[in-house]
Ligand binder design. Structure first.
Ligand SMILES: Nc1ncnc2c1ncn2[C@@H]1O[C@H](COP(=O)(O)OP(=O)(O)OP(=O)(O)O)[C@@H](O)[C@H]1O
Length: 309
């Protein structure tokens, strides 16, 4: 089921929380919304889940508009809100049964769905505990189970790992990845590693606008443009090596980064690789390469560069 967002705008008073956002999500895709605090991620997710109505623009899910058919759309969406509100004094089974009834799942199917969710979300050992007795990681699993109980095609997860310890984060990410094999997933985060580890595609949002949209690899390419290599060469005088490398036409600049280890940082001209020419030059001069590795622009740097303005 595809999601099509067209010119979505939501204002709170004079402020545009979401400002003319348009994008598409294909069925089966896992999309990460990334952005600093207040960027507009939650507002966009609420509009997609029909919890708020935008002033302008539209969202179409499976061809249905949120303006005309919110009830139809809600049946296809599972939503895990920020801070995962749960009824603390219910046990897991009672809570999930309650949510199943809210979704009007036929009575004779509820038991089977409950057991399914307990299994999928790894809640077997805890299912009779009260929600307030659960660890945060398990509470988050219950949040996922309630979002999935009506078997929606689309899952919208607002900061699903916030407040979890590193082990719990890994577990929830694995669970999302597993679920993402069968469903369209949109999740938000301000942690880059999170979206990189979980999502097929990343959208960076800032001040209510989409400023970048692509795979992690595309983002890196877009940001760095040129090949950057870390090169270590021995078997010759550093000045001679430097001069020989300068002869290579595809090399744009060379920096000496460690004199003792004879390490250089090499930047190639746009759209060219210098790897083969470096290798040939070293062989021709009886130098030997101690290191040759591409330097990737860190997504952290790209994120900071794009959202600090
Ligand atoms: N109910 C509201 N009333 C007034 N302003 C709001 C309301 N909800 C959100 N905003 C404002 O809209 C902007 C976008 O908020 P939103 O919650 O969508 O951002 P976010 O990217 O999800 O941020 P965070 O990562 O901090 O959760 C913020 O400036 C926020 O203060």
């Amino acid at each position: 089921m595809d999601i099509v967002v067209e010119h979505l705008t939501k204002r709170y008073g004079p402020q545009k929380a979401v400002d003319n956002i348009s994008f598409r999500v294909k069925a089966g895709e896992v999309l990460g919304f990334l952005g600093p605090n207040g960027a507009g991620k939650t507002t966009t997710m609420k509009a997609l889940s029909c919890f708020i109505m935008p002033e302008e623009g539209d969202v179409k899910i499976g061809g249905y508009s949120i303006r005309e058919h919110p009830e139809k759309i809600k049946k296809h969406i599972g939503y895990l809100p920020e801070n995962n509100p749960l009824y603390q004094d219910m046990n897991i089974i009672d809570f999930l049964e309650f949510i199943a009834k809210v979704h009007q799942i036929p009575k004779h199917l509820i038991q089977e769905r409950l057991l399914d969710m307990v299994k999928v979300c790894g809640l077997e050992g805890e299912k009779h505990k009260l929600i307030r007795e659960l660890s945060k990681g398990y509470q988050q699993r219950v949040g996922l189970a309630q979002a999935l109980i009506h078997d929606p095609d689309i899952l919208i997860l607002d900061e699903p790992t916030t407040g979890l310890d590193p082990n719990q984060i890994v577990e929830i990410r694995e669970l999302i990845r597993r679920i993402g094999k069968e469903k369209t997933v949109i999740l938000s985060s301000h942690i880059l590693a999170e979206v990189e580890a979980t999502c097929d595609r990343i959208m960076i949002i800032n001040n209510g606008r989409v400023i970048v949209d692509g795979t992690a690899e595309e983002l890196r390419k877009q940001a760095q443009g040129n090949e950057i290599l870390k090169l270590g060469v021995s078997g010759g005088e550093i000045k001679d090596i430097f001069d020989q490398l300068l002869e290579i036409e595809t090399i744009d600049s060379i920096d000496l980064i460690d004199e003792e280890k004879q390490l250089f940082e090499i930047q190639s001209v746009p759209n060219e690789s210098s790897v083969k020419a470096i290798f040939d030059t070293c062989v021709a001069n009886n130098y030997y390469i101690t290191e040759l590795t591409p330097i990737e622009t860190k997504l952290e740097d790209i994120f900071r560069e794009l959202t600090l303005h």
